[in-house]
Ligand binder design. Structure first.
Ligand SMILES: C=C(CC[C@@H](C)[C@H]1CC[C@H]2C3=CC[C@H]4[C@H](C)[C@@H](O)CC[C@]4(C)[C@H]3CC[C@]12C)C(C)C
Ligand SMILES: C[S@@+](CC[C@H](N)C(=O)[O-])C[C@H]1O[C@@H](n2cnc3c(N)ncnc32)[C@H](O)[C@@H]1O
Length: 396
């Protein structure tokens, strides 16, 4: 073979290998996002590194950060920054559903994900004619599965504008834009009318709220009486020991790398739901056997993570991806390690399921009724008018 032919052949082979490595292997599991297309949400390329540093210093000690009211108020803004930084990497390396699911023997991750989402629709008995709320909808993977499975209308809310654009584009592409609507907003203060939804769900999203009662109270407000709400919560299990340094390291690692202002304990979830007025219908850790382990997908991805690391390094060096992507990717790699640890030790679950109902008759009304009964008996007992009014107002 001539020297020039050898060079050409070698060149073509290298180009084909790079193409395969970056575009084919590096493409999203669910096509739509490839490595060369990694943006950092609405952050301009020159600000990515600074934003990452800001995020990191805010969430380095998550529980302490969220303990004061002024920092707790800043949590949604930092969660928004977090999703600007990670949304494309999630889509590229995981798909359009940003959550875990129990593994199902003989079925793909995609199937397992869909089954976990369809279970939500079945639990809240979503059906045609229903208007369902998706609290913290990401780029809408679950919303599309639930709308398609149940025939209901789904409205999703996310704090991150970039996700809104991604979700709308995916809805259109899937031909589900007439069934799925996406709104940008804070789930701690939702831009929806009281009693305007037949059902609601949140999948691995409310863990971002500094106080769970605030988001549950909002869901309660927008649900119609009798409406069902199901949530998949990220929590520590009863196996977690706060005095065990390895446990603490794992949990703090999960919090830091996932923008969480402090994980809650499993046993606290039901009382929080009840405190805002919900009736708890069912509560179950969906990760417990016979469910297949949710963390195997993370473990199996290790070779892919190394390939991805190389891809983001090359793309950053070529200035195709913005500076800072390598650091964000490293943070996610580290987070995957902590999550796997949390799953294997059993101290953490991302799928503590709670199913709640908004009562048909709201309790406050009953209290008023009882209060009037007391007032009537007070009146008949002969208090003077001013005392009666004072007493009545206090009771109400
Ligand atoms: C519910 C939340 C997100 C849960 C998961 C969807 C994500 C948690 C950790 C993420 C990942 C970790 C490793 C990444 C890997 C290094 C990269 O090459 C490709 C993407 C990852 C696999 C990425 C994908 C999404 C997660 C599994 C939280 C935020 C409440
Ligand atoms: C891990 S993602 C899960 C997304 C989606 N449920 C899924 O499973 O694909 C968490 C979502 O919660 C949203 N979120 C977090 N805090 C929020 C807030 N205060 N208001 C609205 N959305 C919020 C994020 O923007 C993101 O879309």
């Amino acid at each position: 073979m001539e020297w020039s032919t050898a060079v050409w052949t070698g060149g073509v082979a290298v180009a084909a290998a790079v193409y395969w490595f970056v575009w084919v292997m590096g493409a999203a599991e669910v096509k739509g996002k490839s490595a060369v297309d990694l943006k950092m949400g609405s952050i301009s390329n020159d600000k990515v590194k600074d934003k990452y540093t800001q995020y990191w210093s805010f969430f380095r000690r998550p529980k302490e950060t969220a303990a004061t009211a002024s920092s707790a108020e800043k949590v949604p803004a930092f969660v928004d920054t977090f999703y600007n930084l990670v949304t494309d990497i999630y889509e590229w390396g995981w798909g359009q559903s940003f959550h875990f699911s129990p593994s199902v023997p003989g079925r793909s991750h995609r199937d397992a994900t869909r089954l976990h989402e369809e279970r939500v629709a079945d639990l809240i008995t979503a059906r045609p004619g229903h208007r369902i709320l998706d609290v913290g909808c990401g780029v809408g993977g679950p919303m599309r599965a639930i709308a398609a499975h149940s025939g209901s209308q789904v409205v999703g809310i996310t704090i991150n504008e970039y996700q809104v654009a991604r979700a709308r584009a995916h809805n259109k592409k899937a031909g589900l834009d007439s069934k799925c609507e996406v709104v940008c907003g804070n789930f701690l203060k939702m831009p929806f009318e009281n009693a305007s939804f037949d059902g609601a769900y949140s999948i691995e999203a409310t863990c971002h709220a500094p106080r769970l009662e605030d988001v549950y109270a909002e869901v309660f407000r927008v649900l119609k009486p009798g409406g069902l709400y199901v949530s998949y919560e990220w929590v520590t299990t009863p196996l977690y020991q706060a005095e065990n340094p390895e446990h603490v390291e794992t949990i703090q690692g999960i919090e830091r790398g996932d923008a969480l202002p402090g994980l809650r304990a499993e046993e606290d979830i039901a009382s929080i739901a009840k405190s805002v007025g919900f009736e708890v219908v069912q509560e179950k850790d969906l990760a417990l056997p016979p469910a297949g382990p949710w963390w195997t997908r993370l473990k199996m991805g290790r070779i892919a993570y190394w390939r991805n690391h190389l891809v983001v390094c090359v793309l950053t060096a070529l200035r195709i991806a913005p500076k800072g992507v390598v650091e964000v990717h490293e943070m996610l790699y580290e987070t995957a390690r902590h999550l796997t640890n949390g799953g294997e030790t059993g101290i953490f679950t991302p799928m503590h399921m709670i199913l709640c109902r908004k009562p048909k008759i709201i309790r406050r009304r009953r209290r008023r009724w009882w209060s009037w009964m007391v007032i009537r008996s007070v009146i008949s007992a002969g208090f003077d008018l001013e005392e009666k009014i004072d007493f009545g107002v206090k009771l109400l």
